[in-house]
Ligand binder design. Structure first.
Ligand SMILES: NC(=O)c1ccc[n+]([C@@H]2O[C@H](COP(=O)([O-])OP(=O)(O)OC[C@H]3O[C@@H](n4cnc5c(N)ncnc54)[C@H](OP(=O)(O)O)[C@@H]3O)[C@@H](O)[C@H]2O)c1
Length: 331
């Protein structure tokens, strides 16, 4: 049986960055109907976590203060709530917690059965914890927004992935190469060889003039841009690099990109900018866990931090220079 109190990291209001995080002892949560209590082994951070702290999702998230942030977790089931059918105590799992409730930066967390997936022994807790938001976003933007078939059966597509060294980007490169794609990627100079080793066909250093212009070294025009970079890139930079019906799939829409989206839509432009919001589904998560088990997908771990130093992990994510996923472990 779990202890009554647990160590957790929480914040009391909007703003404050890593200095706004507080270490506290709080009651271990109780699983309700169709919920599981997990003893956490790893959580991964996403930019969304600190964006929520900044208030970008108010009033929907956080639901209330104080708030324990973190949504992407892996651990072991230690208690099941009423009605749970698919899991039992002792099962190793990966789960996505709700954005409004969070709960990932703690020793224990409650997950919904429908957003929890079994984790085979071959997949470590840290590898699995990287998957929910970053992996599922990469999967959905490629398969749903771009229509890439990951069995390689579709027509060849030229794809540009910006910020290919980040959490989403490294999954996107690997998944794109399961399909029939030619991948151009952008990242910083230090990560060019890494991104190539994960299958990118050509890689641009985003700090060079060619990289900033997003020009394919082989002269390709992009059918899809999976735009992961947090920093704004204007439409005028994308436009000349797109194929006739090329689409920019924008993961961090801003007011100016939403204006471009609307303008392209109402003028029936063939080239479009499309804002993308992924939604974590257990079937997607399960698919990704199986790919990791089969050795077809890897989680690149930028760094591991103990829960007692969660503010370092938080600051690292805000800094925007992670290579892969930032992991927090409750020990
Ligand atoms: N819409 C959705 O559903 C959804 C889902 C997930 C994520 N997102 C958003 O997508 C964005 C990316 O998320 P993430 O988890 O991948 O972030 P991340 O891991 O923090 O990305 C960091 C990486 O981006 C690289 N980078 C930064 N600016 C760049 C640029 N201009 N060109 C090329 N590379 C650049 C950095 O390289 P250097 O260190 O070399 O600078 C670093 O390796 C975030 O804004 C996030 O909120 C949206």
């Amino acid at each position: 049986m779990a202890a009554n109190l647990m160590h957790a990291v929480q914040y009391d209001g909007y703003g404050g960055g890593s200095a706004g995080l507080k270490h506290v002892e709080v009651p271990v949560p109780t699983p309700k109907k169709n919920e599981l209590l997990l003893k956490l082994e790893a959580s991964s951070l996403n930019p969304l976590d600190w964006k929520i702290q900044k208030g970008v999702m108010r009033p929907f998230a956080p639901r209330k203060f104080p708030h324990i942030p973190g949504t992407d977790v892996a651990g072991e089931v230690v208690e099941v709530g009423p009605g749970v059918k698919s899991f039992k105590v002792g099962d190793k799992v990966v789960a996505w917690l709700s954005i409004s409730d969070g709960g990932g930066l703690a020793e224990f967390a409650v997950s919904k059965e429908k957003l929890t997936v079994a984790r085979p022994a071959e997949v470590s807790a840290a590898e699995a914890a990287g998957l929910p938001i970053a992996g599922v976003t990469a999967l959905q933007v490629l398969t749903q927004s771009a229509g890439i078939k990951l069995d390689g059966s579709g027509q060849e597509a030229n794809i540009l992935i910006t910020a290919a060294s980040g959490g989403v980007g490294l999954y996107a490169v690997q998944l794109a190469k399961l399909g029939n794609t030619h991948v151009t990627a952008t990242c910083g100079a230090r990560n060019i060889e890494l991104v190539k080793s994960f299958g990118a066909d050509e890689v641009l250093d985003y700090k060079t003039p060619e990289g900033a212009a997003l020009k394919s070294p082989s002269g390709r025009k992009y059918d899809f841009v999976i735009h992961c970079a947090l920093t704004g890139i204007p439409w005028s930079t994308f436009e000349p690099n797109l194929s006739k019906k090329g689409k920019v799939l924008h993961l961090s829409p801003s007011p100016s990109s939403m204006a471009t989206f609307a303008l392209k839509k109402i003028t029936f432009s063939k080239k479009q900018l499309v804002p993308v919001w992924a939604s974590v589904k257990s079937e997607n998560l399960d698919y990704l866990v199986k790919l990791v088990k089969e050795g077809k997908l890897k989680t690149v771990i930028d760094s591991k931090h103990s829960l007692s130093k969660a503010e370092d992990a938080w600051a690292k994510s805000i800094d925007g220079h992670a290579t892969g996923k930032i992991i927090v472990e409750p020990f």
